[in-house]
Design a protein around this ligand. Structure first.
Ligand code: G6P
Length: 608
């Protein structure tokens, strides 16, 4: 997500902060800013756009005097990319400057109560409430104000805090977002990520959840939220810059696969309040939902595969007919669309040319449009009637993983939300699905912890020339994504088939030893799937089954198996996709492929 840097020492802070931010540029961002205490007040300079714009504005930092400061590169979540929404954010009093990485879930209610207390806000961000809250609670004891502030905010955060009244220090604190402290000589640092400080020191503290670091030039003291001193052991980093950027993983794709529990949690959790789904972000009324004659889902690539999952889910739970279209097809096929149609557009980048054109076509035909987008302020987000953002953070690997998973999460939220509004889901079912949604990030984490077994299977199969994926209904949708992931990054020929359809032609390609990955996660279709497994085994296939952990009898039919935790049927795709991503990753890695930048592919396809 966003990048944080903080410095306190004897040197001019601003150039050091800018250098640190440069090292975080690889993460992606839309604006940047710094705050430095100049001896009398906190000076803040922030600019939308590349870091270079900020660097030029302050002459690489030379314009800002002062030896203590904080800096930030922002990836927008709340509020579009702009100078005013960029961090650091100042309290109205000018006493506090804050940089933040994460999402404050209850910022709206906090903002309203602060407005009633006379505070005024200048940005659309969730972060600004933190600066104001610190000011509200500050009575001369900085640590106390920090503790009282974090007692009020809900969500995820890594924070860098600068206080005009105590300008010899910066504060770093984290919950569900990373933050480290860099330990120098006569100078110390905070950063959201190791590359930012590698040019200065290799000794760090890793802050644990809710630990508060008081960082001064002569030393760093760490406290727990009860203000009790915590003894920390420094950790020495011997990664090079490239390994550090990837958090120690070999590839961004591996890092992003492992970020999925957090990405899904960040996407779901702010939208469930007191056991209810709250979609503050959309204007779609209950009446409009009740009047819908049809839903279209339009997207490209993996986002289209989310659409295929969504069709099964939305139709099943809302009973509204759903059509899924590849964007490049939708725009030229004269779809039957009018003002009783909702067109859902799914796009990580928000800039895919065909998807954007399809959105415009849908609007021209009079449909209501709702987009599910990761990049705030992107063209698709700007032009849709409603937007639900996936808060996956920047995704660097071309092959999508965490954005895909957060798109699925939004589909569950939307399906449950619509079904509840139009009365196709009973209250007890609603409660059940909410609790399953809340448990999902932990189950994703548990599934990922089994990745070593997937790695072993990849070792067994990575020399394959063809790999087939089969499944029914939701498992068919997962087959599409598993197969795409594999061919994108490993260049192995692969096809995905609805399991019952294979025998109508493609089964002729199955030979002795061909690997077939059979997805059988849905209990009611398990026996049917075993029938299809028998069909391919009779033609010589080697079968890798994927099912839930209570279905171990699958190995009577298959040659090997991967198990995922149990969850409700609707949410099985979120778990089933994980071993498929990992399988593709390990196979590509064993083949020595350029995993993060596969040949012929682009992260964002902005041409037709
Ligand atoms: C490209 C990427 C895919 C992505 C597709 C749609 O083909 O390589 O990973 O799924 O575009 O991109 P979007 O940004 O619209 O989700």
């Amino acid at each position: 997500m966003c990048g944080i840097v903080g410095y306190v020492g004897n040197d001019q802070a601003a150039p050091i902060l800018l250098k640190g931010l440069e090292k975080l540029e690889y993460r992606g961002y839309d604006s940047a800013g710094v705050a430095v205490y100049d001896g009398t007040s906190i000076q803040v300079v922030k600019k939308q756009g590349r870091l270079k714009v900020l660097e030029d504005k302050i002459h690489n930092g030379a314009d800002l005097a002062g030896t203590v400061g904080i800096g930030h590169t922002r990836w927008a979540t709340h509020g579009k990319p702009s100078d005013v929404n960029a961090h650091p954010h100042l309290s109205s009093s000018g006493r506090f400057a804050v940089v933040h990485n994460g999402i404050i879930e209850n910022y709206l209610s906090l903002k309203n109560s602060l407005i009633q207390k006379g505070y005024s806000f200048v940005s659309e961000t969730d972060t600004e409430v933190i600066a104001q809250l610190l000011d509200y609670f500050y009575e001369g004891d900085l640590l106390d104000a920090v503790v009282r502030t974090i007692g009020k905010i809900e969500g995820s955060y890594a924070l860098g805090i600068l206080c005009r009244d105590q300008p010899d220090r910066i504060i770093g604190i984290r919950k569900d977002s990373p933050l480290i402290v860099g330990l120098g000589t006569g100078e110390n640092f905070i950063a959201s990520d190791i590359p930012a400080i590698l040019g200065k020191t290799r000794d760090i503290y890793r802050l644990k959840e809710n630990e508060i670091a008081v960082v001064e030039k002569t030393g760093v003291t760490v406290y727990n939220p009860k203000k009790v001193f915590v003894s920390k052991t420094p950790c020495h980093i011997d990664w090079d810059v490239s390994a550090a950027e990837k958090g120690g993983y070999d590839h961004f794709m591996a890092k992003e696969i492992m970020e999925q529990p957090k990405a899904v949690r960040d996407t779901i959790s702010p939208r469930i309040k007191n056991g209810r789904i709250v979609l503050d972000d959309i204007q779609l009324t209950e009446e409009q939902l009740r009047n819908l004659s049809r839903i279209f889902i339009v997207a490209c690539g993996s986002a289209y595969h989310v659409g295929v999952v969504a069709k099964y889910i939305l139709e099943r739970y809302t009973r509204i007919p759903v059509e899924v279209d590849v964007a490049s097809e939708f725009r030229y096929r004269a779809p039957v669309v009018d003002n009783r149609v909702l067109v859902i557009i799914i796009s990580q980048s928000g800039e895919t040319a065909d998807t954007l054109a399809a959105l415009r076509e849908a609007k021209r035909l009079g449909a209501r449009t709702l987009s599910i987008v990761n990049v705030v302020g992107s063209s698709i987000a700007n032009e849709s009637d409603d937007v639900i953002y996936t808060w996956a953070g920047p995704e660097i690997a071309v092959a999508t993983t965490k954005a895909y998973s957060t798109q699925l999460a939004v589909i569950y939220l939307l399906a449950i939300y619509i079904a509840d509004k139009i009365g196709t889901m009973k209250p007890e079912e609603y409660r059940h699905y909410i609790s399953e949604l809340e448990a999902l990030p932990d189950k994703i984490e548990k599934t990922l912890s089994g990745r070593d077994h997937v790695r072993q299977l990849a070792r067994r199969f990575y020399r394959s020339n063809d790999i087939f994926f089969i499944g029914r209904n939701l498992d068919y949708a997962m087959s599409l994504e598993g197969s795409l992931k594999l061919k994108e990054i490993s260049y192995i020929h692969s096809e995905a088939y609805a399991a019952g359809e294979l025998k109508h032609g493609t089964i002729s390609l199955i030979e002795e030893g061909t690997l077939v990955v059979a997805l059988a996660t849905q209990q009611k279709l398990f026996e049917k799937m075993m029938g299809n497994v028998k069909e391919v085994k009779a033609r010589g296939a080697v079968v890798l089954g994927v099912t839930t952990e209570d279905n171990q009898q699958i190995e009577k039919e298959t040659d090997c198996a991967i198990y995922i935790p149990r969850t409700c049927e609707m949410m099985l795709p979120s778990l089933a996709v994980l071993p498929l991503q990992a399988f593709a990753y390990y196979v590509a890695s064993l083949k020595g492929c350029d995993i993060d930048k596969p040949r012929n592919l682009a992260k964002s396809v902005t041409v037709e």
